[in-house]
Design a protein around this ligand. Structure first.
Ligand SMILES: NC(=O)c1ccc[n+]([C@@H]2O[C@H](COP(=O)([O-])OP(=O)(O)OC[C@H]3O[C@@H](n4cnc5c(N)ncnc54)[C@H](OP(=O)(O)O)[C@@H]3O)[C@@H](O)[C@H]2O)c1
Length: 316
């Protein structure tokens, strides 16, 4: 099969197109013929060697943790899928090696769900990693409730685009940050209030407008967004970051529940998310397509941190 691989850590020039053996599904696994994968910041972070302390890595590595495609074979014991099913998946495995920038990937069926019917394969490929991250941060960690007010940093990104919609759909008031070029986009997704972080001090504006404090801050930006969050929240508010680890002493001093969330594969949640999408309650992100062969340029573009929504790679 055709795949993008790299053989050592480094820049995007390490990525090359290769022909490698097609993987066969083991017990409990489905083989997916990948139609589209998507580009996430974690792809270039892995390529540069930044995740070696979190997960074991083995070369050659095929990047990519998102897939949308069709089940092409099933291993023994698979219960929920048949050959021909249209599916999508968040494909993180316990060890980093066989990712989704490839014509085929084999995954535990517990990582896979039926693709939202309303979406193309290209749109569906942008959903799993980002939507599960937003879901697990807002609901599993922060226990977002109807009527609460949440600040979502980096609303125009892949995760932010999903988080805005999940929070609105759950009945929250949503404040988000984005540069001016993305204000119409995040408003269309449902944001009630948008702050241009490049022109304003977000923390000063929030303190003026919400002196009693917010219920939740969801940090998808890191840096000062995280550092300035502690005194924006009410007592017993929740601070959840997917970029950095909140300081436990500062969280305790402000009486917050605070933590870092690392997204986990979850078939049940992907099915719930597909239902929301098919019910018209959640839209796919703004999606830009590129051919698989442009993986290096797509990762470089992602690293600039100004992609609106998602860039997806057409595999087959
Ligand atoms: N822990 C986990 O499990 C997990 C999972 C997913 C992602 N992440 C991490 O979370 C971060 C976001 O991921 P993503 O996929 O959403 O990234 P992304 O799609 O690449 O984010 C790009 C967006 O970020 C916005 N942005 C950049 N700097 C900003 C800032 N200082 N304040 C507000 N917005 C800013 C840009 O909007 P403008 O162009 O308007 O500036 C752009 O639309 C990344 O660091 C990623 O590695 C972690």
């Amino acid at each position: 099969m055709k795949a993008i691989v790299f053989d050592s850590f480094g820049g995007s020039d390490k990525l090359r197109v290769a022909e490698i053996p097609t993987p066969e599904p083991h017990r409990g696994e489905v083989q997916i013929k990948v139609a589209y994968t998507s580009v996430n910041p974690v792809d270039w972070k892995i390529r540069e060697g930044h995740l070696t302390e979190m997960l074991p890595h083995h070369f050659p590595i095929i990047p990519g943790w998102d897939a949308a495609g069709t089940v092409s074979a099933i291993g023994p014991g698979v219960k929920n899928f048949h050959v021909g099913d249209a599916v999508y998946a968040y494909a993180r495995k316990p060890e980093v090696q066989w990712g989704t920038y490839a014509e085929y990937v084999c995954l535990d069926e517990n990582a896979v769900a039926k693709k939202p019917k309303a979406l193309s394969f290209a749109q569906a490929a942008g959903i799993p990693l980002t939507a599960l991250t937003a879901w697990q941060a807002l609901f599993d960690f922060a226990a977002l409730k109807q009527g609460e007010t949440v600040l979502i940093h980096a609303g125009a990104g892949g995760v932010g685009s999903m988080a805005i919609q999940f929070a609105k759909n759950a009945g929250a008031k949503v404040i988000t940050t984005a540069s001016a070029r993305n204000h119409a986009y995040v408003t269309e997704l449902g944001a009630d209030e948008v702050i241009d972080y490049s022109q304003n001090s977000v923390s000063e504006l929030i303190k003026q407008r919400y002196p009693a404090g917010l219920d939740i801050v969801f940090d998808c930006a890191g840096g000062s967004a995280l550092e300035e969050s502690y005194d924006l929240l009410r007592s017993e508010g929740r601070l959840v970051s997917i970029v950095g680890t909140p300081d436990p002493a500062k969280a305790e001093a402000a009486n917050l529940k605070a933590g870092f969330v690392f997204v986990s594969p979850n078939s049940t949640q992907l099915t719930q998310i597909a239902e929301l999408i098919d019910a018209g309650k959640v839209l796919p992100q703004h999606t830009t397509e590129r051919p698989l062969e442009e993986a290096a340029a797509a990762q470089d573009e992602n690293k600039e941190r100004h992609v609106r929504g998602k860039v997806v790679l057409k595999v087959s």
